[in-house]
Design a protein around this ligand. Structure first.
Ligand code: MN
Length: 500
């Protein structure tokens, strides 16, 4: 891929992704270098034009991560720096392809954050840009808190950095206080005065980050800053998925994004950050392409355009139809066939029974539930082949005490009992199973829980990785109860590992 993607068409908008910088500043999120690299590769694959990889002066670890990403990733990598020499030097050392330097221009920040005069800030901004340019590195300048700055002063700073050789000026709505018409007016005024590229960075404090970003594009910005799943400080940044799809579909603009990669990247970011998007989140939420009402389902099956503004495949997602609780064996059979899942007659009966049982509990059953149930039924080791079988379990959970679990297993036909405590009921049970087996080396290396349909009685889908020091295997368990789903997954894993 080309490191410097050219933007020659007026309708082309560049995507500046800040998931690894502002996104990583989401409260509770911290990514290891390994995870950052994985995401940087995925973003490159997705087609973003610039990846802001971090704030190198922040820590040695962050510096190393930015440096590594710059080296390994085949797209332009930006590093953030205050308009101070040590910050700029750290970015230069990290060998970034674009230095993103910033200083505040709002009266609030000048007075309370920096205690500096307008002239002092102007000097620092221009000096920083000159310093970066002396090193022959492209530079983007951000007047932080631009949306609360005095416009004549803001324009003076922008003109100064333009003269100093900046390639791009970013207009940040740092505290998310803009609304679309105000944003359009502000960017329009700057556009009249500034000839270099304009970029925009919007925060979602009033839920208008995406709308403000699009308004800035209307006023002449040709680059937008976004984060996957709308991550970022406080209420987050403008969401990549929504901005890209709105640009492409509603505005008829072009981006370099391969839109089919949007859903997979959103899922990757969920997994890496541990932050799930709301079900009703646009484009990538669980319900974005789900249909439940009979009228909608019927119409969508006949002609998707009736109730789908875009095709789910366009963003790499799938349409989800909610299965009714009155579905019978034939309905399930047809659905499984459509999903290309092969089952025998016994498995079909068992799957149907499970679906109906869940439906009877008033649960909403979607295709993914059906897939999970089917995989569970198909993947289950037949009883006669099981080395380890769970016969019984008793759990005791008391406030202020560690939960205790007693299990009875049948191991190669011999009954074994054990009792153990753990930090939670799952941990206690897994400890008890290990004790009953006499297998100290068995470890639970990964644990991933999906509550497929939401709610406290949701169908729990547990995927784990079990190892014994020599081998590891993935295993899965599905059950209405999270503890049971975990135990089923663990026992499936143990059976598989013992056969390896
Ligand atoms: Mn920000």
């Amino acid at each position: 891929m080309n490191k410097s993607k050219q933007v020659n068409k007026k309708s082309q908008i560049k995507i500046f992704d800040t998931t690894l910088r502002d996104g990583e500043q989401t409260p509770g999120v911290a990514l290891t270098t390994e995870k950052k690299l994985e995401l940087a590769h995925a973003l490159t694959e997705l087609g973003v034009d610039i990846i802001e990889a971090g704030f190198p002066i922040n820590s040695e670890g962050e510096y190393e991560a930015v440096k590594k990403i710059t080296k390994e990733v085949d797209t332009t990598v930006a590093g953030l720096a205050r308009a101070l020499k040590p910050d700029l030097d750290k970015c230069i050392q990290a060998d970034v392809g674009l230095v993103h330097t910033f200083i505040s221009t709002s009266p609030q920040h000048l007075k309370y954050q920096m205690n500096k005069s307008e002239d002092e800030v102007y000097e620092l901004a221009v000096d920083a840009v000159e310093y970066i340019r002396e090193h022959g590195i492209p530079c983007m300048f951000s007047p932080m808190d631009a949306s609360r700055s005095d416009i004549p002063y803001l324009i003076k700073v922008c003109k100064g950095v333009e003269r100093a050789g900046a390639q791009i000026i970013n207009i940040p709505d740092t505290v998310g206080v803009m609304y679309p018409s105000a944003m359009k007016a502000l960017v329009g005024k700057i556009r009249e005065e500034i000839k270099i590229e304009l970029d925009v960075h919007c925060h979602n404090d009033f839920g208008m980050a995406v709308a403000n970003t699009l308004a800035a594009v209307e006023a002449g910005c040709n680059q937008v800053q976004v984060a996957v799943n709308g991550l970022g400080e406080r209420a987050g940044n403008a969401d990549l998925e929504q901005v890209v799809m709105a640009l492409e579909i509603l505005y008829g603009k072009k981006t370099n994004i391969k839109t089919q990669g949007i859903y997979p990247v959103s899922k990757l970011v969920e997994r890496l950050t541990g932050i799930r998007v709301m079900p009703n989140f646009p484009i990538v939420g669980d319900n974005a392409f789900a249909h439940e009402s009979g009228i909608h389902v019927h119409a969508v099956l006949k002609k998707p355009v009736t109730f789908e503004p875009i095709k789910p495949e366009m963003v790499g997602a799938r349409r989800r139809l909610v299965l009714g609780k009155h579905i019978g064996v034939h309905g399930i059979e047809a659905k499984l066939k459509e999903l290309k899942i092969k089952v025998n007659e016994d498995q079909l009966k068992e799957i149907t029974k499970k679906v109906k049982d869940l439906g009877g509990l008033g649960k909403r059953i979607v295709e993914e539930d059906l897939i999970a149930i089917a995989e569970d039924v198909i993947g289950k080791t037949p009883k006669e082949e099981s080395i380890v079988e769970l016969i019984d379990i008793t759990l005791e959970t008391r406030l202020g005490e560690k939960p205790r679990s007693s299990v009875i297993l049948k191991v190669k036909g011999v009954e074994k009992k054990a009792e153990e405590r753990g930090v939670g009921p799952v941990d206690a049970t897994l400890n008890a199973i290990k004790k009953a087996l006499g297998e100290k080396n068995i470890t639970l290396d990964e644990y991933h829980l999906d509550a497929i349909t939401g709610g406290s009685d949701a169908l729990a889908d547990v995927t784990i990785r079990v190892g014994d020091g020599k081998r590891t295997t993935m295993a899965r368990g599905v059950h209405e109860d999270v503890v049971m789903a975990s135990i089923i997954a663990f026992i499936n894993g143990i059976n598989r590992i013992m056969k390896l």
